[in-house]
Design a protein around this ligand. Sequence first.
Ligand code: ZN
Length: 120
Amino acid sequence: MTCGGSTATGRSTPSRAAPHRSPTATRVAAAALVAIEAAVVARRRGALVALDTVVRCRRGHLFTTWWIPGASVKSLRLGWWRLQRCPVGRHWSLVTPVRVAGLGDEERASAARYHDARIP
Ligand SMILES: [Zn+2]
């Protein structure tokens, strides 16, 4: 009895690291900032996965926008402030997420009436 036939053909494709060095520290810091932003926004809107977020502009207008932490093409991101166009007053303003639970029925209805472009 010979224990042959055990030809180990364990061909593991070597996953070589990318040749260029990535600035890991910068990436980690950026990821941490996005995580903090996500936590703050999620806390304010009371849901972690909802896209729709009620925000208030500097003039007090309430509207609903898509707020994806870390991703934005229509606004200039400044942490949990954003410079974007207010569809209520048709002006550019800094907007911040508001706590929906702290709004009255009228305010909530007003926020729901105005929804800006459905792009992040
Ligand atoms: Zn406004």
